[in-house]
Design a protein around this ligand. Structure first.
Ligand SMILES: Cc1cc2nc3c(=O)[nH]c(=O)nc-3n(C[C@H](O)[C@H](O)[C@H](O)COP(=O)(O)O)c2cc1C
Length: 265
């Protein structure tokens, strides 16, 4: 079940040094080639050999290859990118392959060259792909502590009903899927996603704490990742719907911006 995968998922930064099996490699390549997202933004994935392209990361140990993706700077590219990349990571996990999205800790110039990133395109993140080592590096253990990576903000601080002044009840029909969104990974574990449920609609927001970089708004990538968890959980429940961009003009707390609405069919 995909919700089991979501619960089980943790970033992996220490790998066993073995290359992906030919079977895993071709399965992952086929999966990312078939990936779509609800925002109809094409994402171009590539599996890259670390040695061949001189790819490295100061936080990664024992990874032979990386999954990278680039996208054109079209409307909604960040949420589409986060959505698709997270689906790829969860698929990898279903095959026992570890991942961690890296926006900052990577030899960016080498990655962008390997991905042939052109004007008008961006490569917000890349992830090592490999088999997790039995023991985490000391650096990884310290990082996880520093980031409070095993924790998330309380449900009641993230999800609301009708407006931002009323926390969402755990018995709301969208509560389970939003709980899955709560466990999404995010840059520096910032968890910038917020949602306001209004009947059959869920309005998603971002809280902005970092400035946009040349890569775009990384918190929107985080929101896209959370949307993937939300969507996959709803799919498992058999709930259908669609996304639209129509700000309901609900009064928002400071630095909180509307992103997208899910409407139940
Ligand atoms: C968009 C994005 C960028 C990230 N960039 C980095 C990075 O540069 N270096 C790093 O070590 N981890 C990075 N991470 C991993 C987060 O630190 C990690 O997801 C978070 O601490 C929660 O831990 P978890 O994924 O194990 O649940 C990134 C995650 C996301 C979603």
């Amino acid at each position: 079940m995909v919700t089991d995968l979501i619960r089980q998922r943790r970033s992996v930064r220490t790998f066993d040094g073995k290359a992906l099996t030919a079977e895993d490699r071709s399965a992952l390549e086929a999966y990312v080639a078939s990936l779509t997202n609800p925002f109809s933004v094409p994402i171009c994935f590539r599996l890259l050999d670390a040695k061949a392209y001189g790819l490295s990361s100061p936080v990664i140990v024992g990874a032979e290859s990386y999954l990278a993706a680039k996208v054109e700077r079209v409307p909604h590219f960040e949420i589409a990118y986060g959505y698709s990349f997270e689906k790829a990571c969860l698929y990898a996990l279903s095959r026992g392959i570890g991942t961690v999205m890296l926006a900052a800790s990577l030899s960016r110039a080498a990655f962008e060259k390997a991905m042939d990133v052109k004007d008008g395109e961006v490569m917000p993140v890349a992830s090592p792909v490999g088999y997790p080592a039995e023991k985490k590096s000391i650096r990884e253990s310290l990082m996880r502590k520093g980031l409070k990576a095993d924790d998330r903000k309380p449900f009641e601080h993230l999800f609301f009903e009708g407006g931002f002044d009323r926390p969402l009840s755990r018995t709301n029909p969208f509560a389970k899927a939003l709980e899955m969104a709560r466990w999404a990974p995010s840059a520096a574990n910032g968890q910038p996603w917020r949602a306001v449920v209004d009947g059959g609609s869920v309005h998603f927001y971002e809280t902005k704490s970092m400035k946009d970089s040349p890569l775009g708004d990384i918190q929107k990538v985080d929101v896209g990742i959370a949307l993937a968890h939300f969507d996959m959980a709803l799919e498992e429940e058999g709930v259908k719907g669609a996304y639209s961009f129509s700000d309901p003009d609900i009064p928002t707390p400071e630095n909180t911006h509307y992103i997208v609405t899910f409407g139940r069919a």
